[in-house]
Write a protein that binds this ligand. Sequence first.
Ligand code: 2RA
Length: 342
Amino acid sequence: MGYRVAVVGATGNVGREMFNILEEVKFPVEKMHAIASRKSIGVEVSFGNQILRCEDLEQFDFSKVDIVLMSAGGSISKAWGEKIGAAGPIVIDNSSHFRMDPDVPLVVPEVNPDAVDHLPKNIIANPNCSTAQLVVVLSALHKEAKIRRVVVSTYQSVSGAGKEGMDELWDQTKGVFVLGAPPPKKFTKQIAFNVIPHIDVFMDDGFTKEEWKMTVETHKILDPAIKLVATCVRVPVMVGHSESVNIEFETALDEDDVREILRDTDGVVVVDKREDGGYMTPKESAGEFPVYVSRIRNDPTVEHGVALWCVADNLRKGAALNAVQIAQLLHEKGLIKQKLPA
Ligand code: 2RA
């Protein structure tokens, strides 16, 4: 028994990880389709030991699949998401397009699994990478002592900006001491040997859209009462987003409580030895499933507060893995309607 599955955006960073993870977790797949825009038709991608040739998004008959994982950018999701959902399959969309739509649940399976029970548009949204890893940690702590306020600074890898972001870091790093770094194209300033305090567009209040997303998505997934302020920064790391997080609780919760709660939390691994190297870095999170938490310590500047460091593979927990976990959740709940064999 398996499902007919389509991955839209099959040639992108996240699309390729979706194939890898569907295979790694042995998601029950009867038939897999790789879907892409016209320029990628015929491009080959791998799924386990199969080589799939990309099929044309415009021509594909979505009524013949049971579930669609989509990561092709906001404009493709805007143009196609609702049409695909109306054709029958459940769509799990990784773009920002549907995230704040009241008829589309925004889901992190460890946090709000029951949100998938009601799907007016047959669409589920996957959160932004920087939000996904954060809410897994916050949710576990919020159950024990209500969170009043969070201050988070991110250190986001270039893969969050797609293949062009990775190529730009690679080319500038190679070129900088030889021919001079090639000028920035994807980023606004040189990313090699630098950090850039700007991700996504600026908003009227001075925050960037990435920072705004962290606040509103945390409210939708977890609790609108949590005050959250973010500063999002691009760093010269290929894969793995890191976050420095200060959390203030309404009632007492100290560093030992936090360490114990997070050790028992699904999807979280605590690596927190107070010695050289006794913490995780983004490099070590790349290719892994969990959200790693390190550097847990009391924040002496507030009555009940802790500071911590968390890292995760942004292409996995921040995108493809979360989408596949949603698919697994739908499967466990018996919510994926199978088409009759073609
Ligand atoms: C980034 N948040 O890292 C984006 C990816 N979803 O740029």
